[in-house]
Design a protein around this ligand. Structure first.
Ligand code: SF4
Length: 196
């Protein structure tokens, strides 16, 4: 287990634990910095994100950043990562996204990295985007059920919110206007004000 941010980042970047690394994927992550306010978990890197070497660098990332700014957050105060660090490819090495199910072994293989990122970074709030990231940390396989039963409750001492992944919304411009996202935004504003 890594003891600090630099060691953890190096360990993840050199990981070959599962077969995604043999299919041409490589771990895609941002610089690990400690004590950010928000920790956002997606599913897996897109092809473009993998090419650029950082998750959430495309249109979804820009959409999320503008939503975070509307909450009063500096995007530099947010750590973006994925439940699966390497891009998902089929057995021929062809890129495929999104995933089709939450019980995929890659989610299991990569879970320990996610847990270590949380414990090293020590964020104030967790946001899980999409059912794969929700399942990875909580075992829940339904976003709506988690929202009804647990939304905002603590995971390892950190308030945790689950939201649909913006890419799953066909009318992507409407993601931030959906009722669960607006409710979460209100709770997040309150939490961020209380912790500042
Ligand atoms: S997906 Fe995760 S466990 Fe698999 S090789 Fe990449 S970093 Fe390692």
């Amino acid at each position: 287990m890594a003891h600090n941010a630099a060691e953890l980042e190096q360990s993840i970047r050199s990981c070959h634990r599962c077969d995604l690394s043999k299919r041409g994927g490589k771990p895609t992550l941002r610089q690990i910095v400690q004590n950010v306010s928000l920790f956002v978990v997606g599913i897996a890197p897109t092809e473009g994100a993998e090419r650029l070497g950082e998750p959430f660098t495309g249109g979804i990332g820009r959409k999320l950043c503008s939503w975070l700014v509307s909450l009063g957050l500096d995007p530099n105060d947010v750590y973006f990562t994925n439940a699966i660090k390497c891009s998902v490819r089929d057995s021929h090495g062809n890129f495929c996204f999104p995933l089709s199910g939450v019980n995929h072994p890659w989610v299991e293989e990569c879970r320990s990295w996610l847990l270590e990122e949380i414990s090293v970074i020590r964020p104030k709030i967790l946001i899980l985007l999409g059912v794969d990231s929700l399942y990875s940390l909580t075992g829940y396989d339904s976003i709506s059920r988690y929202q009804r039963e647990k939304q905002g409750e603590q995971f390892r001492g950190i308030p945790c919110f689950a939201l649909n992944h913006p890419s799953s919304d066909i009318r992507i411009s409407g993601w931030e206007n959906s009722s669960p996202v607006q409710q979460a935004a209100n709770q997040l504003r309150t939490l961020l004000r209380a912790s500042s």
